[in-house]
Design a protein around this ligand. Structure first.
Ligand SMILES: Nc1ncnc2c1ncn2[C@@H]1O[C@H](COP(=O)(O)OP(=O)(O)OP(=O)(O)O)[C@@H](O)[C@H]1O
Ligand SMILES: [Mg+2]
Length: 250
């Protein structure tokens, strides 16, 4: 059964960067098979992971919703969607990537979304680790990917506004009845521990904080993947230390 690590948090907090670094950490630990899922329609997880190009599931859904004639005669729609999703998975060295994209068309996607959810559940079971990068704002949290996470990591800055936003995410996850085993608060770009009473309100377990890393900033400015970050870079070293709490339960 795949161990699902989902990243959430308000815009620009570092979800995609940390999702990519978690993939790198798991790969280097040789923890098992890894599927990275980009669930942000403005997808850039692939870029941060150094993946050249990939088809996304949204484009596939458009094709199916708009042109039933695309499905070969005699093939069940569900089987067709399954083949297309398989095709959209990019196999990289040490991990696979699947970008969810976003359907653009006006058609009705209820049926395909339902089929997709079922497929995703099966797909997820085939990997040891699944790392999901979600879009900021939670109304779409994994609607088409997974309603379950073994570890939900809410990324925030250390500001009071940031922590309130983390609290809202935590409340929404409960209200939506997502099946989340553990939810963590991870403070990014901050070098000190934050006050415990600020954390308490979020209803999340405080995982720790990660420093601002000039090396990461440099990579990001030049569009380079996280694999180019030095192994002893402060951000990666700190994540590796905290990481055990994120993935140890597996
Ligand atoms: N600890 C850090 N040190 C230095 N730079 C960082 C750090 N964390 C993130 N960044 C940089 O901050 C920027 C925003 O990070 P990222 O894209 O991961 O955030 P996000 O939460 O995924 O944003 P969005 O909500 O737009 O998807 C990127 O340029 C990234 O390289
Ligand atoms: Mg992002």
């Amino acid at each position: 059964m795949g161990y699902v690590i989902a990243l959430a948090g308000k815009g620009g907090t570092g979800k995609t960067t940390l999702a990519a670094l978690i993939v790198r950490a798991l790969k280097e630990k040789k923890a098992g098979s890894i599927l990275a899922i980009d669930a942000d329609p403005n997808s850039n997880l692939g870029e941060v992971l150094g993946v050249k190009s990939s088809e996304n599931v949204g484009a596939i859904l458009d094709e199916i919703a708009q042109g039933p004639d695309k499905i070969p005669a005699g093939m069940a729609k569900e089987r067709f969607i399954q083949l297309k999703v398989q095709e959209a998975i990019t196999e990289e060295d040490g991990f696979d990537l699947l970008s969810m994209g976003k359907p653009e068309g006006p058609g009705c996607y209820c049926y395909v979304n339902n089929v997709l959810r079922g497929l995703m559940a099966k797909l997820i079971a085939d990997y040891d680790y699944i790392v999901v990068d979600n879009e900021a704002g939670l109304e779409h949290l994994s609607r088409r990917t997974s309603r379950r996470a073994d570890a939900l990591v809410v990324v925030s800055d250390a500001s009071s506004v940031g922590l309130k936003s983390a609290q809202r995410i935590s409340e929404l996850v409960k209200a939506l009845k997502f099946e989340v085993k553990k939810s963590f608060l991870l403070i990014n770009r901050f070098n000190k521990d934050i006050q415990k009473d600020l954390v308490k309100n979020t209803g999340l377990e405080y995982l720790g904080n990660l420093p601002f890393d000039p090396g990461m900033e440099e990579l990001s400015l030049s569009g380079k993947p996280v694999f180019d970050l030095k192994p002893d870079a402060p951000l990666f070293a700190a994540l590796n230390q905290l990481g055990d709490k994120i993935w140890k339960h597996h």
